[in-house]
Design a protein around this ligand. Sequence first.
Ligand code: HAM
Length: 426
Amino acid sequence: MLKERKSYKVPRGFRDLLPENVALWERLEGIASDLARQRGFREIRPSLLEETDLFTRSVGEVTDIVEKEMFSFERGKTQLSLRPEGTAGIARAYIQAGYPKTKPVQRLFHIGPMFRYERPQKGRERMFTQFDVEALGSMDPRLDAEVIQLAARFFEELGMTGLEIRVNSMGDGDDRDRYREAVKDFLRPSLEEHCELCQSRFERNVLRVLDCKNPSCIELHQAAPAILDFLSPENREHFDEVRRMLAEVGRETLIDSGMVRGLDYYTRTIFEVHYPAMGARSALCGGGRYDHLIRDLGGPDLGAVGFAIGFSGTLIALEELGLVGEAAPAPAEVYLVAADGDLCAEVFGLAEHLRASGISAIYDVESKSLKAQMKAANSGGHRFALILGPEELERGSVQLKDLEAREQEEWKRDQVVQKILDKRGS
Ligand code: HAM
């Protein structure tokens, strides 16, 4: 039976990065990894798949991510999920690698895809790239300042201005408990006016109520108590110290006392970088300290702090600021032209010879005429055409045409690599 013809599209919320767009992404990746390496961060490439329970335990059971957004499935007896974020997997890998014993302070970074089943909209995708930076194994407030500074430098390197760095503290231990009670007391009288989700989260995880994106709920939270008023002297000192360090390098931060972040593992410093013109989804970066996550995942009680920048939001902001330049992928340096079809194998061998010397080269595979090949060489942005005809074959030579200088010379085959390299430098 003949199968029905069907055309396939990438699933909703996913996308292909086509060659035309890769150069732009490489620019973001290049800036990210240069900045990270400059500060001693080493690249880690953790697993894309983890046990679901890792995220339930770290991100939190009563969070949007775990309740609604994970791509999860069962294989045998194991519940697995595509990672919705990078921190939990990096902390898991850090413990599994034995770093807490061998070298507890680890500055790590990762650039890669994350998966969340969100409603796709501008800047929100189901598969998206994050630049993730994590400094594990220390409680030193300078590390909080260092990662905030790194995030800010990333956007500055891209030429972006008008961004806001919003900071708050989530406290820790007792101050968090006292704050939670105060939030409950504040919300109780208006609970009925809240959305259903907020009502159901009130008892289970009251801080998530403050994170609701529903405009009418946001309105009800305007006058909510501020956690900074509940901090212990030590946690207040930590918060002030982070801001002092940032002020030391001229970095301005805004206190956003309503910020709670959407993930449960945070303690003390939390921050977001916003591009305010993007409205409700203006956060291009989010992060903070997660001092007990390593312990909660089976390691010792070491501190850690980090952030993740979403590339799609960053690109939207870059576009709106008119900062997306033309970043076309570089064409091959040499286009090989065969004057007749009998020279196919020669051209194939010559291309490999050039590539082995570090010169990128392509040739026609559509049986184009000589004229059409020359046209392709001229219009494709290549620097050189290397033309091989029967006479050149006889003489053991090739015609090297510099398409930029519009000069053509015949060279022996064993000279041509050097000629290209010479001309490249000139
Ligand atoms: P997050 O706030 O969930 O934090 O995500 C960080 C950033 O990733 C967001 O500010 C946003 O730019 C981007 N992002 C999140 N979801 C999507 C999406 N569906 N589509 C496009 N971009 C998205 C975290 O993920 C934490 N792991 C950050 C962290 C690292 N905290 C400590 N270390």
